[in-house]
Design a protein around this ligand. Structure first.
Ligand code: M6R
Length: 366
C-alpha cells in the first residue's frame, strides 16, 4: 500500500535513498574496491571487445540511457549510442556481433524495447538487460543482465526506476573503466566512496520538499515550462520536462542549455518559468551566463544549485539546493527536486498523479 503517503508516486520518490542502496548492495564493495555483477563478470570479454555499446529504451529509461552515455564515454572510453527502441527497430540499423546492446526497461514488458532486442539478437549482438521487474519478458529475452532492485514501481510516472537505472549503469561503467585501465585507482576509489554517499545526499535533497511545494504553488498555472541543463544534467532536463508533462499536462520542453539561443529563447517572456540545472561542477559558468540571458528577457528562473551557491541565487527567482557530489553522479541528486516539483504541481491542479490520462504503466503495444 501507500505507506502513509497520499500517492504511490510520492512514496516512490521518498523510497529512493533505500532503492539506490538496494541497487549497489552486495555489488559494490567500497573498502575492497570491488564491483561485482555476475551478468557483467561472466561476459566481460564481450564488453571489452565491443566496438560500441548501443542503448535501446523508451521514455524515462531512454533518459537513463542518455546519462549512461556520458558516464560510459567519460569513464570507460567506450563509444555509446542511445536509441529510441521504436526508431531503432524500424530503421534497418547497422548491428554486428561486435556490438553490445543494453536494453533498459523498468517493466521489462515494453513492446518496442522487446522488438529492438530481438532484432539485435538476430544480427548477432550480445544483449544485456537492465530491468526492474524480475522474470519479465525483457529479462528473459536478453543474453544476460542485472536487476535494478528498486522494488515495485506503481506510479505511472517513473521515479525510483530512473535513479536506480542510473546507479546500476554507473556501476557497470566504473567496472569497465577499471578493467580497461581507463580510470586511475584513486579516481575509481573516489567514485565508489561518493556513490556510497548518494543515498544520504538524496535524503538531504528530499528535505527541500516543503520549499519545493511553495515554488510549485507559484507556477502551477503556467501553460509552458522550459528545463535546461548541460552535460550530465542535460538528460535530467529532459526527464524533468517529461515528468511535468505526463502528470500535470503542462507543456514542457527540455533542452541542452546552450541550444537555447538556437530557437527556444524566442519563447522566453515574463510568463515562462525556466528550470535551470546549475550545479557547481560541469559547465557552471556557462550555465550562469545562460541564466543571465534568460533574466534579460524576464523569464522566471528556478535554479537547481549546489548547497551554498551564491551566484545563481543572485540571479534566480528561486533556488532549490542539492548536496555537492561528483559531476558524474549529480543526476542522482538533481532529479529529485524535479520529481517533487512535478508531483506538487499535479496535486495542486487536482490531476490523477498515479494514473495520468491516456497512459499505462507499461506500454505493451507498439
Ligand atoms: O517499463 P519501461 O522502462 O520500458 O517504460 C518505458 C516508458 O514507457 C516509461 O519510462 C514512461 O515514459 C514513463 N511513464 C515515464 O515516467
Amino acid at each position: 500500500e501507500k505507506g502513509g503517503y497520499d500517492h504511490f508516486m510520492l512514496k516512490e520518490i521518498f523510497e529512493q535513498p533505500n532503492a539506490i542502496k538496494d541497487t549497489y548492495r552486495g555489488r559494490m564493495l567500497v573498502k575492497e574496491g570491488i564491483i561485482k555483477m555476475a551478468g557483467v563478470d561472466d561476459n566481460i570479454e564481450k564488453f571489452l571487445n565491443a566496438n560500441r555499446v548501443i542503448i535501446v529504451a523508451c521514455g524515462t529509461s531512454w533518459h537513463a540511457g542518455l546519462v549512461a552515455e556520458y558516464i560510459f564515454e567519460d569513464l570507460a572510453r567506450i563509444p555509446v549510442e542511445v536509441e529510441y527502441a521504436s526508431e531503432f527497430r524500424y530503421r534497418n540499423p547497422v548491428i554486428t556481433n561486435k556490438d553490445v546492446v543494453i536494453a533498459i526497461s523498468q517493466s521489462g514488458e515494453t513492446a518496442d524495447t522487446l522488438a529492438a532486442i530481438k532484432l539485435a539478437k538476430a544480427n548477432g549482438a550480445f544483449v544485456f538487460g537492465v530491468c526492474n521487474v524480475v522474470g519479465s519478458s525483457i529479462a528473459r529475452e536478453t543474453h544476460a543482465g542485472a536487476y535494478t532492485h528498486a522494488g515495485p514501481e506503481i506510479g505511472v510516472a517513473s521515479t525510483k526506476a530512473f535513479t536506480t537505472q542510473i546507479t546500476l549503469l554507473t556501476l557497470i561503467a566504473l567496472k569497465l573503466a577499471k578493467v580497461k585501465g581507463e580510470i586511475s585507482n584513486t579516481n575509481y576509489r573516489y567514485h565508489l566512496q561518493e556513490l556510497e554517499l548518494i543515498p544520504e545526499k538524496v535524503q538531504k535533497a528530499l528535505e527541500s520538499d516543503e520549499h519545493i511545494k511553495a515554488v510549485a504553488s507559484i507556477y502551477k498555472d503556467a501553460r509552458n515550462c522550459l528545463y535546461l541543463g548541460r552535460g550530465y544534467n542535460f538528460p535530467v532536463a529532459l526527464e524533468g520536462a517529461l515528468k511535468l508533462k505526463e502528470i500535470s499536462y503542462i507543456h514542457a520542453e527540455g533542452y541542452p542549455a546552450a541550444e537555447m539561443k538556437h530557437g527556444p529563447i524566442a519563447l522566453i517572456d515574463e510568463n515562462m518559468p525556466i528550470v535551470v540545472i546549475a550545479t557547481k561542477k560541469g559547465h557552471y559558468e556557462k550555465v550562469v551566463s545562460n541564466i543571465e540571458e534568460i533574466k534579460a528577457r524576464q523569464g522566471k528562473i528556478i535554479g537547481i544549485v549546489t548547497e551554498g551557491d551564491t551566484n545563481v541565487k543572485k540571479l534566480a527567482d528561486h533556488v532549490i539546493e542539492v548536496p555537492e557530489t561528483l559531476e558524474s553522479l549529480s543526476p542522482l541528486l538533481t532529479t529529485i527536486p524535479l520529481q517533487l516539483l512535478s508531483y506538487h504541481i499535479a496535486v495542486m491542479l487536482g490531476k490523477n498523479v498515479d494514473q495520468p490520462r491516456n497512459l499505462a504503466k507499461s506500454v505493451t503495444v507498439e
